[in-house]
Design a protein around this ligand. Structure first.
Ligand SMILES: *Cc1c(COP(=O)(O)O)cnc(C)c1O
Length: 802
């Protein structure tokens, strides 16, 4: 390994040992590790074709990967070797690892799920490709200036990406616009030929994805956009040097930026171009591979499973139909059988504003042949329903692929539903709500199509790599079996009440909290006590996730401490991190409020160490890897019925945090697994939330019943935290008093009271540690290996080699 690293440094980077920067050592190490990956990777791909195994294709507009060096080194079992090699070269392995930029090709949970799934597919030896876009710039870098979020472009490719292999020879033509011609052949059959006005090339970049213990290696293939004709020589020669490049600029814009929107589609043509670009490239790629190996297109459903991660790749339904009808001349019913048998779709949200729709006029202009096919799919679909339910116009309107009300739009959720043999939600509650709400009518027409696949996380990254101390303690205590079979963590249960083990478990947490304490001091200049309760809310900033509820409780607690400074308050550090979509003004105002509250409380001498508030900037996977192992209390407090699953909740509980949360998303299943004594559940249920909204309840109704909440709101509204601009939060407080759509005020008292229960438990450290251990012991089910095995068996119908 030492020689390999030195060779890379010399011959690939052209540097000497003395002149090498940490970044050069990172590149050299990564390239040396990559060399070990290549042969198993090529062997695995060859074996897949030789044995005719079914391939899984995971289509996702987002992959929130983070760093890969430690991931590849641990999965391949090379940690000791790499450490020793770097030590012998007098190189600091930590500094080297820190040079790797995060691959942040995603916004949050949805993109991180795709990354966890890639890890689990490889670890279960299921042959798979991930398909996405190689954005030049991933999720923006968040900088906080005077408490306000500012967005800066992120530049992860600036110093080259050592993990990827460029494949300039793998380039597919992606068409846009143009016309559709009807051609009658010699047999008198009519065929359609799409003549795009514009063509963009999708060029492949491959990253090998190493499974646990290096057992299997899969491919993440990301597409980059290139102009088919990058430079117009004649235009250039006429002296228009910029105009000569215009086509290139337009084409390459497709893979320039990740859309920084977590919840609602940007109503932008470029976004639709991105979606079609990568869906079409993926389909062309996998069909070419299939034909090379198996000859005929009809066998696609037996050899290929395509999973759509949300509706972003839903246009794949129409594109696959187009390829089958127009290029392969399949008759309609056969093309539909192949499409429907191959594709399945995962829904990630019930928020109506987040269900993608595209104006018919835009689709007709950008994808004219696809629009025809969508009309045809709709006609076949609606005719069958009209025959079975004569006269039910309401039903037809609700299940149609076209929304007729607010300007004609294509409903991508309905397209994905109709075109798939299985549709899944991502937690038990969410899947039930899908049947009751957004897909109520479609579920009635196609019973059994909706199924549940509760999300999971990869324990490689979220336990072994981010928490080596805990991993070591667990291995010493219950053996190494849990590394391969996460359910084996239950062997920890008998140790939960053992005082000796509790002490060691607490010591590990303390070590991780000290590391976070150091980071907080370095980054923020704030001193926090690692003995305090670390209360952590880390996730995208969104009203439904209710950071505002946490902030109101913080203010109320602050008021209480000031009113009774001599009480025996348990020291607590409230830690926040998360990004707001750049255009989401209220979320950005919530970030500002967190900073205003933090500044006031942290400098108040009456509070001292009993309450500190910290907002860590630029939340990403690497920061999560420091925060997750150091958390005591995990905040999962979304309005019930609004968080599809959550995966942050799983990472934190696995690492021995106790959850304070609502009955929402996967919290419901975490409650079932860890037991009611080891979790703090509060607040309105989904049904109660719906009832409140129906009744026309107003925030003021709850505020009137809670003097504590009233006081907290008044201090915010009157400028206690914003003396420089006392009216800054007037509108925010007004919103809470009026409609308060996310029921922050309705849940406030229950939340405040539950936080006091948390403090009681914390005061009894033996009881707390016992609960923390039982969280770790009972979280094995939330491994994404379990999730992927369920997809494999029930949706993709591929064997799980194990
Ligand atoms: C896990 C993760 C998320 C998702 O967190 P939720 O609490 O489930 O919303 C978002 N961002 C990053 C960086 C993550 O690691």
């Amino acid at each position: 390994m030492r020689d390999a690293i030195l060779r890379k440094l010399t011959y690939d980077l052209g540097k000497s040992r003395t002149g090498a920067l940490d970044r050069d050592w990172f590149m050299a190490t990564a390239l040396a590790v990559r060399d070990r990956v290549v042969e198993p990777w090529l062997n695995d791909m060859r074996a897949t074709y030789n044995t005719g195994q079914k391939q899984v294709y995971y289509l996702s507009l987002e992959f929130l990967i983070g760093r890969l060096l430690r991931d590849n080194i641990t999965n391949f079992g090379l940690m000791a070797e790499v450490r020793a090699a770097l030590a012998s070269l007098d190189v600091d392995a930590f500094k080297v690892a820190a040079c790797e930029p995060d691959a942040a090709l995603g916004n949050g949970g949805l993109g991180r799920l795709a990354a966890c799934f890639m890890d689990s597919l490889a670890s279960l030896s299921i042959p798979a490709f991930g398909y996405g876009i190689r954005y030049d710039h991933g999720l923006f870098r968040q900088v906080i200036r005077q408490g306000w979020q500012e967005e800066y472009p992120e530049d992860w490719l600036q110093f080259q990406n050592p993990w990827e292999f460029a494949r300039p020879e793998i380039a597919h033509s992606i068409g846009f616009g143009g016309t559709v011609e009807e051609v009658v052949n010699d047999d008198g059959d009519t065929h359609h030929v799409w003549k795009p006005a514009e063509t963009v090339l999708a060029v492949a970049y491959d990253t090998p994805i190493v499974g646990w213990r290096g057992k299997h290696v899969n491919t993440l293939r990301l597409w980059s956009a290139r102009a088919a004709d990058p430079l117009k020589i004649d235009v250039f020669n006429r002296g228009d040097h910029i105009g000569a490049l215009s086509e290139r600029v337009r084409a390459e814009a497709i893979s320039r930026f990740l859309y920084p929107s977590d919840d609602s589609p940007e109503g932008l043509e470029l976004r639709l171009r991105q979606e079609f670009f990568f869906s079409s490239a993926a389909l062309q790629d996998l069909i070419r591979r299939h034909l090379r190996v198996y000859g005929g297109i009809e066998s696609l459903p037996e050899r290929v499973a395509i999973q759509l991660n949300d509706t972003h790749p839903a246009i794949a339904v129409a594109e696959l139909m187009r390829i089958l009808l127009d290029d392969h001349k399949l008759p309609w019913p056969e093309a539909w059988r192949v499409t429907h048998g191959t594709i399945s779709y995962t829904n990630h949200t019930l928020l109506p504003e987040a269900l993608e729709t595209w104006p018919v006029s835009l689709m007709e202009r950008l994808l004219p042949r696809h629009m025809q096919i969508i009309y045809m799919i709709n006609a076949v679909h609606l005719d069958a329903i009209a025959a079975a339910h004569p006269g039910d116009l309401g039903l037809l309107a609700s299940v149609s692929l076209i929304e007729e009300n607010h300007g004609r739009k294509v409903r991508m959720g309905n397209l994905a539903f109709i075109g798939s043999h299985k549709v899944n939600g991502v937690s038990a509650l969410h899947s039930e709500l899908l049947k009751k709400t957004v897909f109520h009518d479609l579920n009635m027409l196609y019973p059994g199509r909706i199924t549940n696949k509760t999300n999971g996380i990869t324990f490689r990254r979220w336990l072994q790599q981010c928490n080596p101390c805990l991993t070591e303690l667990l291995t010493e205590t219950i053996g190494a079996e849990f590394l391969d079979r996460p359910e084996a963590l239950t062997a920890l249960k008998p140790h939960a009440a053992d005082a000796g083990f509790q002490g060691r478990f607490a010591e590990v947490k303390r070590t991780n909290k000290e590391a976070l304490t150091k980071l907080i001091r370095q980054q923020m200049g704030i001193r926090v006590d690692p003995a305090a309760l670390f209360d952590v809310q880390i996730k995208r900033i969104h009203e439904y996730k209710r950071q505002l509820l946490n902030l109101l409780e913080t203010v109320a607690l602050y008021n209480e401490i000031r009113a009774q400074p001599h009480n025996n308050w348990a020291p607590r550090v409230k830690i926040f991190a998360g990004k707001a979509a750049a255009s989401y003004h209220r979320a950005k105002l919530i970030i500002k409020l967190a900073h205003d509250i933090a500044r006031t409380i942290n400098r108040d001498p009456t509070i001292r160490d009993r309450l500190k508030v910290v907002f860590l900037p630029n939340y990403n996977v690497s920061l999560a890897e420091v925060l997750v192992p150091a958390c005591d209390l995990s905040e999962q407090i979304s309005t019930a019925g609004m968080e599809a699953s959550g995966t942050g909740n799983m990472k934190l509980a696995l690492n021995g945090a106790l959850t304070i949360g609502t009955l929402d998303g996967a919290n419901v299943e975490i409650l079932e697994h860890v037991g009611a004594e080891n979790i703090f559940i509060f607040g309105l249920t989904t049904e109660q939330v719906a009832a409140r909204r129906r009744e026309g309840w107003r925030g003021q109704d709850s505020i009137n019943l809670s003097p504590r909440l009233q006081q907290a709101l008044e201090s915010i509204a009157s400028g206690v935290f914003s003396s420089d601009d006392p009216h800054r939060y007037g509108e925010l407080v007004h919103m809470l008093r009026e409609h308060d759509h996310f029921l922050v005020t309705a849940d406030f008292d229950a939340y405040f009271d539950m936080q006091r229960q948390v403090e009681k438990r914390w005061a009894d450290q033996a009881a707390w540690q016992k609960s923390a251990i039982l969280n770790t012991a009972n979280m094995g089910w939330f491994s994404s290996d379990r999730t992927i095995a369920e997809y494999a068996q029930e949706i993709w119908r591929v064997p799980v080699p194990g």
